[in-house]
Every structure is written in C-alpha cells, then in structure tokens.
Design a protein around this ligand. Structure first.
Ligand code: HEM
Length: 70
C-alpha cells in the first residue's frame, strides 16, 4: 500500500511497483514513453524548467516501473 500526499488528498492505492510488475515494461518501451512525453510537453510549449521538473519526477519512478534486463 502506498501513501502519498498531494495537496489535501492522500493517495492510498497500490505502489508503482505493485501496479506495473505484471506489465513487464522493458527499458525500450520506457524510453519510447519518455520520448512521446517530451514531444507532448514541447508541443504545448512548456518552459524548460517545468519540463525538466516533470521529467525528473517521471524518471524517479523508472526503477519501480521497468523490468530489469529487457
Ligand atoms: C511516471 C510513470 C508512471 C506513473 C506515475 C504511473 C502511474 C500509474 C498508476 C497510479 C496506476 C494505477 C495503480 C492502481 O490501480 O493501483 C498505473 C497503472 C497502470 N500503468 Fe502506469 N504509471 C507510469 C508508467 C507507465 C508506463 C510507462 C506504462 C506502459 C508502458 C504504464 C501502464 C500502466 C497500466 C497498463 C496500468 C494498469 C495496470 C492494471 O491495473 O492492470 N504505466 N500506473
């Protein structure tokens, strides 16, 4: 069980690892997701600082979402 506070709401769902383990997401698939994510942020002209902040947040979940090896 994960507990994460965002504003006044508290997330009580499954952890990232529990949610994604059965999906067997490969590093290659992860990289593709990051590429598409960057393209979308650029399309909407998100400034560089905010873009980097979001990419850092996403990257911080990689180890829990991606299968090793791949
Ligand atoms: C920053 C990266 C990601 C975050 C924060 C994230 C977050 C989440 C959350 C909160 C859930 C629901 C957990 C629950 O139901 O308890 C979820 C489920 C899911 N995610 Fe992600 N996810 C990420 C990356 C990915 C990627 C890269 C993929 C696919 C390539 C993916 C595919 C899925 C799928 C298919 C489910 C549903 C799993 C199921 O219920 O069987 N996620 N994700």
């Amino acid at each position: 069980m994960a507990f994460m506070v965002a504003g006044t709401r508290q997330y009580q769902g499954r952890t990232m690892k529990e949610s994604h383990a059965h999906l067997n997401i490969t590093p290659r698939e992860w990289d593709r997701m990051v590429t598409i994510f960057k393209e979308i942020l650029a399309k909407h002209k998100l400034p560089a600082t905010e873009t980097q902040e979001l990419l850092d947040i996403v990257e911080s979940t990689k180890a829990d979402n991606v299968v090793s090896g791949g």
